[in-house]
Structures are given as structure tokens and as C-alpha cells.
Design a protein around this ligand. Structure first.
Ligand code: HEM
Length: 119
């Protein structure tokens, strides 16, 4: 049994609104922290990050190793390979900029511009 894989869109949908659970991303792993919201020291600030990548917010606070151990308990899976931010060495991947179509007239194109990777 492998680990579950989720897209960024999957996580975004779990934003705590309308009874949805609260998922966050920390370094490409996905956590369902719904049951921890009310236990968080200093109040529920986690909801502000619901559905998003909370890596920066989490690290900026300077959480203790203890906090990381707690976080680990809520892991439910990982972001799919294509949408991961870190490579296998834990380094940040080069940025992939996705230009979404304007969504008009049924014409649809998706340009994926990879910055500085080729050449
Ligand atoms: C989602 C998983 C999270 C877990 C498991 C977690 C856990 C903890 C724990 C155990 C502490 C106590 C101090 C420590 O051990 O470092 C703490 C404090 C704190 N956390 Fe988190 N945290 C999480 C997310 C966040 C996020 C996303 C933010 C910011 C948006 C945040 C902001 C804070 C702040 C400001 C404190 C200090 C609160 C105080 O002592 O008054 N935490 N957290």
C-alpha cells in the first residue's frame, strides 16, 4: 500500500469552508489538521493557511521539534510528483510558471513555461 497522492487542487478544496476539512501542505507532504485546530497553542491560526502550502508560515514561527512531531501525526499523503516544490534532495525545484487561459470562447490552451530549465 503506497502513500496517498494529492494535487494542489485537492488540497485547496480542503479549506475548512462549508464543513470541509482543513488540510495544509508542509514541504510537499499533506496533513489533515482538522482535529488539531482547537488544540493549537495560541489559538487557531492554522485555519488561515487552510488549503494552502503552510511551509513558510510554519517555519517563520520557529516551531519546536515537538511541533514537528505533532505535525507528523497528521500526515495523510504527499503532493503528486509533478506539483512538488522540492526535489529528491530536499532542495527547492526551479520554478514552473503556469499561465492559465482566460477561458473565453471555448478556446483553451495551457502554456507551461519552464523557467531556466532547458538550455
Ligand atoms: C499545522 C500544524 C501545526 C502544528 C502541529 C503546530 C504546533 C505548534 C506547537 C506545538 C506550538 C507550541 C510551541 C512549539 O512547540 O513550537 C505552536 C506554537 C505556535 N504556532 Fe503552531 N503549529 C502548526 C501550524 C501553525 C501555523 C500554520 C502557524 C502560523 C500561521 C502557527 C503559528 C504558531 C504560533 C504563532 C505559535 C506561538 C503561539 C503562542 O505560544 O502563543 N502554527 N504551534
Amino acid at each position: 500500500m503506497g502513500e496517498s497522492r494529492y494535487t494542489l487542487a485537492d488540497v485547496r478544496a480542503c479549506n475548512g469552508r462549508s464543513g470541509a476539512p482543513v488540510w495544509i501542505i508542509y514541504k510537499d507532504s499533506v496533513y489533515d489538521v482538522t482535529s488539531y485546530l482547537n488544540q493549537h497553542p495560541g489559538g487557531d491560526v492554522i485555519s488561515e493557511e487552510a488549503g494552502t502550502d503552510a511551509t513558510r508560515a510554519f517555519d517563520d514561527v520557529g516551531h519546536s521539534p515537538d511541533a514537528k512531531t505533532i505535525l507528523a501525526k497528521f500526515k495523510i499523503g504527499e503532493i503528486i510528483e509533478e506539483e512538488k516544490v522540492y526535489d529528491a534532495n530536499g532542495k527547492k525545484k526551479k520554478k514552473v510558471v503556469q499561465v492559465k487561459p482566460d477561458n473565453e470562447g471555448g478556446r483553451s490552451c495551457l502554456n507551461i513555461v519552464t523557467c531556466g530549465l532547458v538550455g
